[in-house]
Ligand binder design. Sequence first.
Ligand code: A2P
Length: 328
Amino acid sequence: MKVAIIGATGLVGNTFLKILEERNLEITELYLFASKRSAGRKVNFKNIEYTVEELTENSFDRGIDIALFSAGGDTSKKFAPIAAKKGCLVIDNSSAWRMDGTVPLVVPEVNSAAAFNNHNIIANPNCSTIQCMLPLKALANKYGLKRIIFNTYQAVSGSGQKGILDLTNGLKGEAPENYPHPIVNNCLPHIDIFLDNGYTKEEMKMVNETRKILELPNLPITATCVRVPVINSHSVSITAELENDFSLDEVRNIFSNYPGMILVDSPENDKYPLATDATGHDEILVGRVRRDFSAPKSINFWVVGDNIRKGAATNAVQIAELFKNIIR
Ligand code: A2P
């Protein structure tokens, strides 16, 4: 399979390469693209040196089978249709195509079948949404969902290199360049832009993408998304109201057996999901599973995932892997 990485010099782009090295997608040719600034840069992949090229309208003229895009929404908006028209399957990490009715939005453990109904563009969901889909699908399958409340605690790596720099430079006393306020000693209830309804765009991504992935277009959902001074891995508190009653033992059992998810739920031993434990891994950690005593048939739990791996690069590579017997 001929693979291209768009945004190869970025945080997610680098992680695409790392994950492609770890897994066994057969790559016959690899092309790396970024902006003009990075053209000529050398990058090592499986002990072979590759040269980063400037992304142009002609970049897809060489029979590329799959392009993993993570170079921002504007680049995706412009170049994904060009690639798709030339027969390349685009797996796009930006938000540009996620809510397009003709574009599947896929978390392979949850809705892999949707991926095959594509017009050469498949969208990778928002990072905090991806990690929540696994436990929510597990609950939806068994009990049905009535309402969801998300509260996120999102790492600065979700903003790319510039987010990490605001935290590391901020710890040295420097002023922020990316966030509107210092991220050091702060929690910023502001991710992406504010919308007319008072929510942020990130919060509405969680609402709309969850409905699309779970195929529950009218599910009541609310979200508050917060950036916290953590380098990597997002944590999310979820409250889910279910259609049918449940037992905690049964829910723990369902979570334990769901693919891609590990139950870490032994509070008596101070064991619960932590960002530092999720980082570097592809599995989603779930714990603090408890009955919400303020509402009937409601459950609270805590979900942590590496936002650069499963929240972005791993999920995209898993989507590509769905096609490994179709595209060679
Ligand atoms: P470059 O390094 O040349 O700027 P991050 O999210 O970590 O900031 O990474 C963004 C990625 O997207 C980088 O690889 C960056 O390349 C790439 N990128 C940004 N703008 C463009 C563009 N107009 N065309 C191609 N790649 C781009």
